[in-house]
Design a protein around this ligand. Structure first.
Ligand code: HPA
Length: 250
């Protein structure tokens, strides 16, 4: 058994991970309060994997109320070094359609009012982490290679725009994000990525497109039932990529 500890943070549509053996549950506590759910710990191939559903066990926590600090802290306290996060997104780049998987290279943060740092002054430390390249290139490449080995096409780059939610965006907001360079839009990618960097953990995002972003499908409005259908089908592919990656992860 290798001793690299890997965590997967599940988003909408991914509340458990298939194929885990020796599964146990652990309730974690942190100085920042309770994580979204107990941790599910198991084994896949040679690797120990810790799974944490970001929105809670019954998907009850909205994006702006996720305790991102507790979630990342509890993973660090378990010895996790590598985090693969999953997030549903709207597609802004016209090349993207529902069920496409994007492994982004960059992000832009439009969220506000979230507890977004461990260096908030309370611990008398001021630290400015380098965040030029928010995602771990090593983990990105692992996912890209795993997808190829599983025969699943992915978009190997993209710019993730994190919006506040829980409402979806206006068409003009999406036009603005597009002008800024955003290619996909979701509500949970920040501050999660920055908190992982603050605690010196490698982090990559696997994003599943579940709808054309606002205004990107003509006059059509965004339908929840379509989103759910794409989530369900698309997450099967995301799981297949994870299974391929975990069997060979180093
Ligand atoms: N916008 C923001 N978050 C999302 C979307 C979207 O269109 N689809 C899924 N998560």
């Amino acid at each position: 058994m290798t001793n690299i500890k890997i965590a997967i943070i599940g988003g909408s549509g991914l509340s458990n991970l298939r194929g885990l053996t020796d599964v146990r549950r652990e309730v974690g506590r942190t100085p920042y309060g309770d994580p979204s759910a107990p941790l599910t710990i198991g084994r896949l191939g040679d690797n120990e994997v810790i799974f944490l559903p970001r929105h809670g066990l019954s998907h009850q926590i909205p994006p702006h109320q996720v305790n991102y600090r507790a979630n990342i802290w509890v993973l660090k306290s378990m010895g996790v070094e590598q985090i693969y996060a999953v997030g549903a997104t709207g597609g802004i780049d016209p090349a993207l359609k529902p069920r496409d998987i994007v492994i982004p290279t960059q992000l832009i943060d439009y969220t506000y009012g979230r507890e977004q740092t461990y260096y908030d002054g309370s611990n008398l430390l001021v630290e400015h982490i380098d965040f030029s390249h928010p995602y771990s290139e090593k983990l990105r490449q692992r996912m890209i290679e795993a997808a190829a080995s599983a025969g699943i096409d992915v978009f190997a780059e993209g710019v993730y725009a994190a919006t506040q939610g829980p409402r979806l965006e206006t068409a003009a907001e999406i036009d603005r994000i597009d002008r800024d360079g955003g290619t996909i839009v979701g509500m949970t990618g920040m501050p999660e990525a920055a908190l992982a960097r603050e605690l010196e953990m490698q982090y990559a995002l696997v994003s599943l497109v579940v709808n054309p972003a606002a205004g990107r499908a003509g006059e059509a409005i965004i339908s929840m039932s379509e989103i759910l259908e794409h989530l369900e089908a698309g997450m099967l592919d995301v799981c297949r990529v994870f299974e391929a990656m975990l069997r060979t992860a180093k």
